[in-house]
Design a protein around this ligand. Structure first.
Ligand SMILES: Nc1ncnc2c1ncn2[C@@H]1O[C@H](COP(=O)(O)OP(=O)(O)O)[C@@H](O)[C@H]1O
Ligand SMILES: [Mg+2]
Length: 447
């Protein structure tokens, strides 16, 4: 085959090329030659294994075109046939590289039933964990000479930050995930001598980024996550020791409904000063509405719940409601809950003001504790709230991702008066019999 592929891999890229792990991630910072390495790896595999079927994905079409379609056309046009409708490069040995994108969350399902020996996820943190899991189900082969592989490139930040960090940086494995299946080859701009020599400004641009972005994008620091929506959330401040909730405190619940997506139910209590404590969560998937209602009643046994706010989409009449969601044609999920003795109130779903409300509850009240805290048992809320990212199209909004528990919290706090409307807390001065009345008065100011 008369193909000249220009450029040699740098040592980190060579390490990436040599990895045969089931899942290999490369990069972790900007400019480390990630896209180059991903493209080149798939081409080399296609040449080495005749009839290999690969899929290369980016989140959006413009990114896909810019990063892969155009460079691959330049590199491969002499030896491959390109079908622009299907976006497939066909090699003379029968190998194919298909290029795709998954703009909306459900776009991955177009690959249902398809089989790829190799799948490359470029900028893997732009994909949700659900999308990654689904794509793994398409990564299978009947070949005997090749076992299926997934390749990932990544930078910190975005909706997939948590799962990429868990699997490749923290190496925390769940269920049937095995540590030996995951390899990570870190690379940064300093590993990419070609770019350093060709564009001296690039590193200066990275150095002049705001501190958080610089740590993430230049140094590949996964602890700050670029684009994090709730920077102010901190475990030490917002997760409190559980305590017995006084019986006179108002209690209420909030629900973000989902059947295929998780359904997030939260229980909250309000003290006399307007602090809200989230004290319980129910986070379930694929559970019928009547079963969820039943669980809610069991968990709330003996508690006086004032009201339950819930996602307004639960009032939609469904043409043909799925039987497994527990209802009949024409019934709404809210009706199903009401029939199961959990009457609901539609939540205020204004997203931007809702997130602002959450932000204001994360702030300190005059008594120096935050307006909102959660008990440690609300694990999914604690895990997903700090993972929310900014929507790149609307900086006031959060991006899609695993946002079910945060949405439930948003509905809850929108049902409460805003923090600015809450009555100020007047701290009683310590009793000092020697203090004059005037001096004591100064203690009674707002604190
Ligand atoms: N081994 C290499 N040989 C030649 N050019 C390379 C090599 N690795 C990367 N480059 C070039 O360096 C630049 C940055 O690489 P790229 O893969 O886009 O980085 P990243 O995706 O990590 O931001 C691109 O112009 C790319 O073509
Ligand atoms: Mg890139």
């Amino acid at each position: 085959m008369n193909l000249i592929l220009k450029g040699l891999p740098n040592p980190k890229q060579a390490e990436f090329f040599c990895s045969t792990a089931r899942h290999t991630a490369y990069g972790g910072a900007r400019g480390g030659g990630k896209s180059w390495a991903m493209r080149r790896k798939l081409v080399l595999l296609s040449l080495r294994y005749a009839g290999l079927n690969s899929l290369l994905l980016r989140r959006t079409l413009p990114e896909l075109r810019e990063n892969h379609v155009i460079p691959l056309l330049r590199e491969l046009s002499a030896v491959t046939q390109y079908n622009s409708t299907e976006r497939v490069f066909k090699f003379p040995n029968g190998s194919r590289i298909k290029l795709g994108y998954c703009d909306s969350v459900n776009d991955v399902y177009q690959y249902q039933g398809q089989e790829y020996d190799v799948i490359g996820l470029e900028e893997a943190t732009h994909f949700t964990e659900e999308q990654m899991h689904f794509l793994c189900t398409c990564n299978r082969t009947v070949r005997r000479d090749f076992s299926p592989r997934m390749y990932y490139t990544c930078n910190p930040g975005n909706v997939g930050h948590a799962w990429v960090k868990r699997l490749f940086i923290d190496r925390r494995y769940e269920g049937d995930e095995k540590a030996e299946d995951y390899a990570f080859i870190p690379a940064s701009i300093w590993d990419n001598k070609v770019l350093l020599e060709a564009d001296e400004n690039y590193i200066r641009q990275l150095e002049s980024l705001p501190e958080d972005l610089k740590r993430a994008h230049l140094y590949g620091d996964w602890d700050v996550h670029a684009g994090q929506f709730f920077r102010e959330f901190s475990r030490s401040k917002h997760v409190c020791e559980p305590f017995e909730i006084p019986s006179w405190w108002k209690r209420f619940r909030s629900i973000d409904w989902g059947y295929n997506d998780p359904c997030a139910v939260l229980w909250h209590a309000v003290d006399g000063d307007g602090h809200v404590y989230t004290y319980r969560e129910l986070y379930v998937r694929c559970m019928r509405a009547d079963t969820v209602a039943q669980k809610i009643l069991e968990l709330s046994c003996g508690e006086n719940i004032s009201y339950t706010v819930a996602s307004p989409d639960m009032w939609q009449k469904r043409g043909a409601i799925l039987k497994n969601e527990g209802g009949f044609e024409g019934e709404s999920i809210a009706e199903l809950f009401a029939l199961s003795s959990v009457p609901l109130t539609p939540a205020d779903n204004s997203r931007v003001s809702g997130w602002q409300r959450v932000r204001s509850f994360l702030a300190d009240a005059p008594d120096n504790t935050p307006y909102w805290q959660t008990f440690p048992c609300c694990e999914n809320l604690i895990r997903t709230l700090p993972l929310l990212s900014f929507d790149t199209h609307n900086r006031e909004d959060a991006a899609d991702g695993e946002d079910h528990a945060p949405e439930s919290l948003r509905y809850a706090l929108m049902s409460r008066p805003g923090t600015s409307k809450q009555k100020p807390i007047i701290k009683q001065a310590p009793y000092d019999p020697l203090a004059t009345e005037k001096e004591t008065g100064s203690f009674l100011s707002l604190n």
